[in-house]
Design a protein around this ligand. Structure first.
Ligand code: CU
Length: 349
């Protein structure tokens, strides 16, 4: 019923607009075409100036409204560089925005049709063309170069002392795996995946897998670089780490990496953000299905001692899989030779 009503209202509005347009057409015939065109030019010129003034007030007002609401700044060393890059991009594009918008609307007002004013024929000017091609080209090249420097930094080889954490997206949560004492993640193969006992498909024949453990929360050590090895079990997800100013796609079949150094522990961030409930969050930044909105996980950044105490309490996935499974289910993978052969080819990190 309300649907029909909405259609009726739209139709009526169109009829009203049509009638007004028709009426003003008759008025202009009565007044004379030229006079009415000049009048409408004046109105449009005035509207352009009001739009400019209101628009710039709006831009200023939005900035004031959001001032101080962007959090306490980046929580990683690399993120600080990204924040300053965004600031410089905003300054440069902001100046250009304000100048070009003022010129656009001011010219529309100033050079409106007037009695005795003739349009100046100005088809081409090489000098001007050169200026407005070369200057933006240089500015954009500099901005892109700075962006690439940051990109290469976070995607390059991580420092030797970096801790390694694997994070795998699936509809609709994150699977986090730690390499354990040996510092190396064991091999995995998608056919080994068992939702209850082996969520990432670890190959139990690989000795490196024996000490790997999984966690629902990511624990990181403050001021220690961390290299994330990112993957997906189904569709494309994206590891979004807004507090650290990082994000990276999680692509099925193609591991991606990213490294950064957290600067503040969760406890320190609670003070910095003035929020006793603060938690570092991993969000999925790629629309991945109906449960996308709920695809979140937490990160705890802590001191080395706190981290060591937590890590010592973790049970390896190997032990969990073998104690929880019934003998039949526990008979782990690679029973047939083809599967084993493929498993060997899986990239080892
Ligand atoms: Cu997702």
């Amino acid at each position: 019923m309300s649907g029909y009503l909405a259609v009726l209202v739209v139709v009526l509005i169109f009829i009203v607009i049509f009638q007004i347009a028709k009426a003003s057409e008759y008025v202009s015939i009565l007044k004379g075409e030229k006079k009415s065109r000049q009048q409408s030019n004046r109105v449009n010129g005035f509207l352009m100036i009001s739009f400019l003034v209101l628009g710039l007030i709006g831009v200023y007002y939005c900035n004031e409204l959001l001032r101080g609401k962007m959090g306490s700044g980046a929580a990683s060393e690399q993120g600080e560089g990204i924040d300053s890059m965004i600031m410089w991009t905003l300054i440069i594009t902001g100046i250009v925005f304000v100048i070009t918008q003022i010129l656009l609307f001011w010219f529309a007002f100033k050079y409106q049709e007037k009695e005795g004013q003739k349009a100046f024929y100005f088809p081409h000017n090489n000098k001007l063309e050169l200026i407005w091609t070369v200057i933006p080209a240089i500015a954009l090249t500099v901005l892109v170069a700075i962006g690439l420097r940051h990109w290469f930094r976070i995607t390059s080889e991580a420092p030797k002392d970096a801790m390694i954490v694997e994070i795998t997206g699936k509809q609709f949560n994150w699977l986090i795996r730690y390499p354990g004492k040996d510092g190396q993640l064991g091999r995995k193969f998608f056919k080994n995946i068992n939702e209850a006992t082996n969520p990432v498909g670890q190959d139990w024949d690989d000795e490196l897998n024996k000490d790997d453990y999984m966690a629902t929360e990511m624990h990181l050590v403050v001021n220690k670089p961390v290299k994330l090895i990112i993957g997906s079990r189904d569709v494309i997800h994206d590891v979004g780490l807004s507090h650290f100013r990082m994000k990276m796609d999680a692509v099925p079949g193609i591991p991606t990496t990213l490294w950064f150094t957290p600067k503040y522990t969760t406890a320190e961030m609670k003070v910095r953000e003035d929020n006793p409930d603060f938690v570092y969050e991993i969000s999925c930044d790629q629309m991945c299905g109906a449960g996308h909105y709920s695809m979140k996980a937490n990160i705890v950044v802590e001191t080395q001692a706190e981290y060591d105490a937590w890590a010592a309490k973790q049970k390896t996935q190997f032990d969990l899989a073998h104690e929880s499974a019934t003998p039949a289910a526990a008979a782990t993978p690679a029973a047939d030779s083809t599967q084993k052969a493929v498993a060997v080819n899986v990239v080892k990190h």
